[in-house]
Write a protein that binds this ligand. Sequence first.
Ligand SMILES: Cc1ncc(COP(=O)(O)O)c(C=O)c1O
Length: 425
Amino acid sequence: MVNRQTADGVIEAIEASGRHYRDSIPMIASENILSPMVRRACDSDLHGRYAEGLPGRRYYQGCDDFDTIEEVGIESARRVFDCRFANIQSTSGTNSNMGALKSLAKPGEKITAVSTADGGHISHARMGAVGVRGLDLITYPWSEERMEPDIDAASSMIRKEEPSVALFGQSVFLFPTPLEELADAAHEVGAKVMYDAAHVLGLVAGGQFQDPLREGADVMTGSSHKTFPGPQGGFVISDSEDEKLHRRLNSGIFPGVCSSYHLHHVAGKAVALSEFEEFGESYARDIVANAQALGESLASEGFDVIAEDRGFTESHQVVTRHGETDSGAGKVAAATLEKAGIITNMNMLPGDTKALSPSGLRLGTPELTRIGMGTDEMQDVARFFARALLDEEDPSSVRSDVKEFKGDFQTVQYCFEPGPAYPGL
Ligand SMILES: Cc1ncc(COP(=O)(O)O)c(C=O)c1O
């Protein structure tokens, strides 16, 4: 019975987590929720099945129906991302990066990327996928003012270092990368240009951010569950005409970094891609409008919002400063907000050196947008922030108002069958 109680305890904790999110304002920029149809795909018999290889070329029997699913998904991905090549098998954004890096560079070769201190992702760092591939990392000079690589200095650096891969994209991603200029420098020295769209994939596909494949990226990777509102997983995408590159990218994923992959999530991605074709553009537009409204509302409440001079943001993210560099003020703010029913994450800002005691917060609007909040509600959200952090009101009284406010936003939208956002509770 002890084992049974342990299992029951896990189920109870899952339900408690669901209730926590249902009753809160979830603002983690990398998170999203599933549509009912995508949820059905993920909760299907495919969960227990195996496939290796590509549709029509499998190592297992039983894959005929799944072949249809993956083929449909690849075709939808080619339309959604307007590209010649799409691999929809990878199990996460990091897994996509590992597969792509395996295809594009050999151990010991050079790669240029944004440093984690400037908002780059750990998979772009020595401690992550770049290190696992044994690549020699050099990070770009950074413009703190513009929150993007310093175009002239980074172009000269690429020309001098002659990397095999010039990697772009960040986890703190407020503004489009000046990709055309930087890709020109990379191509001049024979580098492949890789753009990590993990965070902004839905905005890119919805035509609301930048168009990396037309601005010089040879390969684009991304997560399928952030601004692109699908199940956990990844994509590897290219518009190159080079079929040898397509084959290398496929084999970077299998057998490179996956054997079987998560078939139920591939099916979920295929459904999410179809939904995105119908609703993606308006979803992406609303996400960005909400982020801009949130930035303005927080600034009007008296918060120090990063990049005010550039209009705060052109993406789904807003970044706020809560104290001195390395003060840990971001950590304190995130903890207070959670007590008040607002879920965020602390984040390093330019100048911070300690990931566990940073001075900032990174806020995202994908989930709030998906449950129907608009720019008016961003003012309400900013008011809750001010009550919790500036007015220092008792967090539990803010929390009960947050719960009531959230009661009106319980339906997942921008999908074929709008339904409960936090089902089964
Ligand atoms: C720029 C960037 N790349 C890759 C990833 C990894 O994505 P995943 O969590 O799907 O592995 C992230 C995650 O937030 C990211 O910000």
